[in-house]
Design a protein around this ligand. Structure first.
Ligand code: TRP
Ligand code: SF4
Length: 326
């Protein structure tokens, strides 16, 4: 078998389901990448603990649900390795070793850390939150990937991973190759309220939603507030429904846009058309999700962890060697 370039990415199982923003913005890109690359698709359950340590009981089930969403989106377990971070203990070992060469100042500058920390009392501000990017660096470096596909918001984390990598190589020798950010074409997907689609805003449509749930949600979606009567001319920019048309009804997008602007299309009909387009595009994905049996999923995650461990344990041998820790 020819060695394909490796790619690693991960998502946090803070919720039991991924939404259409995750699907179109990230997973679709991963699926495309698996033709030319060997993908490691990680569910980063330890990272979820940085916000769920008070009650971690949901994380295990969430992780399975996220893995199901990966598979439903078209991650092919025959070619790609799907696994749960905590099943591969090498992530913890490398995290510990990298933590020894990561200056505190680098971590304190990370924007997501600064944001999260503002909402916490000193008492609740855990060491793990500060170390979040070190754990992420470990996730990445263990697999010596050529690239890491992520959203733009992750750029500071990846930059930090790269700085840790360089420091490690400088101190102990060239163990880790540089990797690049793979920023896919990410459509701007608005949530039902017109803000960015996000699980925390409660404005998302989920892969797991049924067709009826999708229809009901779209009925409540935010549209142009100046378009009151159906023949009022509208402004599609900023309309949540239009942003979904742009992804799921691209073939008709010019018609949707000109009819909205001219007032020959009403929002009710527009939403109906949008619902059909969304449901139709998602049908195969949703069906695939239902077809995966739970026992099968457990086997697949078990196999994924063994495959990941096989690579990760070799890296750790090199790391221990470079650090003279035998
Ligand atoms: N921080 C990432 C996020 O919130 C999740 C993550 C953890 C990750 N480890 C990773 C992403 C490694 C890519 C590679 O989305
Ligand atoms: Fe949005 Fe469609 Fe209404 Fe225009 S017609 S404002 S695109 S829902």
């Amino acid at each position: 078998m020819i060695n394909k370039p490796r790619i690693l990415s991960g998502m946090q199982p803070t919720q039991p389901k991924l939404h259409l923003g995750n699907l179109e913005g990230a997973l679709r890109n991963w699926v495309k990448l698996q033709d030319e690359n060997k993908l490691y698709c990680c569910v980063v359950d330890w990272h979820a603990l940085t916000t769920m340590a008070d009650d971690p009981s949901a994380i295990s089930e969430n992780s399975r649900e996220v893995a199901l969403d990966y598979l439903a989106a078209g991650i092919d377990p025959e070619r790609s390795t799907v696994f749960i971070q905590s099943h591969v203990k090498e992530h913890a070992e490398l995290h510990l070793l990298l933590s020894m060469v990561t200056p505190l100042g680098w971590l304190e500058r990370v924007p997501t850390y600064k944001e999260k920390r503002e909402n916490l009392t000193a008492e609740r501000e855990a060491y793990g939150l500060l170390g979040y990017p070190v754990l992420q660096a470990a996730d990445i470096l263990l697999y010596k990937p050529m690239g890491v596909p992520v959203g733009k918001d992750q750029a500071p984390h990846l930059e930090l991973s790269r700085e840790i990598l360089r420091r490690f190589n400088h101190l102990y020798g060239p163990v880790f190759p540089e990797f690049k950010n793979i920023i896919g074409e990410v459509p701007l997907m608005l949530g039902l309220d017109g803000r960015k689609m996000s699980k925390s805003y409660n404005n998302a449509i989920y892969i797991q939603d049924t067709e009826d749930e999708t229809a009901a949600k779209l009925k409540t979606a935010f549209t142009d507030p100046e378009k009151i009567r159906k023949d009022d001319p509208g402004h599609p920019e900023g309309c949540a429904v239009f942003s979904l048309h742009q992804v799921y009804n691209l073939n008709n997008i010019h018609t949707v846009e000109s009819e909205c602007r001219s007032g020959s299309r009403g929002c009710v009909a527009c939403k109906r058309e949008c619902t059909e387009a969304v449901n139709e595009s998602l049908r195969a994905t949703r069906e695939r999700r239902h077809q995966i049996d739970r026992g099968e999923l457990e086997n697949l995650l078990h196999r994924g962890a063994s495959e990941a461990r096989e690579f990760a344990s070799q890296t750790m041998e090199e790391v221990r060697g470079a650090m003279k820790l035998r």
